[in-house]
Design a protein around this ligand. Sequence first.
Ligand code: NAD
Ligand code: WQD
Length: 336
Amino acid sequence: MNILITGGAGYIGSHTILELLEQGYEVPYSIDNYLNSEEDNYKKIEKIANKKVTFFNIDLKNKKATKSFFKSTKIDAVIHFAALKSVPESVENPIECYQNNVGGLINLVQAMQENNVHQLIFSSSCSVYGNPEQLPVNENTPFGKAESPYARSKQIGENILEDFCKANKDFNVISLRYFNPAGAHPSGFIGEGFTERPNNLVPLITQTAVGLRDKLTVFGTDYNTKDGSCVRDYIHVVDVAQAHVKALGYFDKMKRNYQVINLGTGNGTTVLEIIKSFEKVSGEKLNYELGPRRAGDVETIYADNSKAKKELQWEAKLNIEDMVATAWKWQQKLKV
Ligand code: NAD
Ligand code: WQD
């Protein structure tokens, strides 16, 4: 089975390629434009797995280049990670976000259709739920108000794919809604790259601990949660990667040709609990301050993960300590 990974040099893509290689998929193909990653990541993957990756520098916004890739390469299924993921940057530059996340997706689907490639896994996000009224959120929970152009780009992406599947019964799509991916490969050789300034909690913690930042601010301590800070469903990137391999095996079992599946642990963890876990695992004292709420933050969100368990036979195996320990190992090697 020839698998194409778009955005394979990026954070979740690189871990997924590694997982595919480790589970016997011979030579995965990857395309990336290195907007938020480096080509060198493939070398690291190849070194860990002792196997080859075939990669191409292609921008999915370039319709012609995307189509000509599919014309010249036999692909059976696509895992589509390539997108801009920064929420604040999507607020500053919404057009760039939509061009990439929506325009790139449309080019990809058209190129797939023209070349009879009918299986697609789409990276969606828990941000499609907005600020949910009921917890945990399951796949039938309706889309909430999008808090950013980024979140809206994922809602639009899902809508496009669902409509496309209605019109094309031979096309199969699985939208995986990731909650809060964190952590790094246990080798410490691949992890979350920081071409752009990181915005997510765990990289900000490790950058502060390594001295790249003065301090971390906890955004809000007056929420209606056990310690006043926000609750999220943090999930280890290796667990997320493994779910994609399981999803490839689900195409043949799908009862409807468009499926949405949450990828979360089902557990909520507060910001202060993450900090405590980091301090315990690393032995470092983190310099942090308690600050005001961040605009647009959801108070609490965590996944109902029963559909992933039932349909994919997948469940997260790693815990918060595994996440902060591997992120810390990666940060110490990275030093940037
Ligand atoms: P990442 O930025 O590390 O990886 C994305 C990769 O796509 C990068 O290597 C980038 O260079 C590439 N890319 C971007 N635009 C491209 C284009 N037009 N053509 C070709 N390549 C392009 O991000 P990630 O954390 O690995 O996220 C992967 C996917 O998962 C994204 O779709 C993201 O929106 C989604 N997601 C991420 C998170 C998270 O917290 N990391 C949570 C939910 C969903
Ligand atoms: C986590 C918690 C912050 C930084 C975003 C996207 C979502 C998905 C995951 C892509 C929150 C708190 C953070 C800091 C803090 N990505 N925090 N101090 O906002 O849950 O979700 O990433 O799809 O779509 O919106 O993740 O890592 O930014 O924040 O206290 O310096 O950490 O308030 O409670 P978030 P995050």
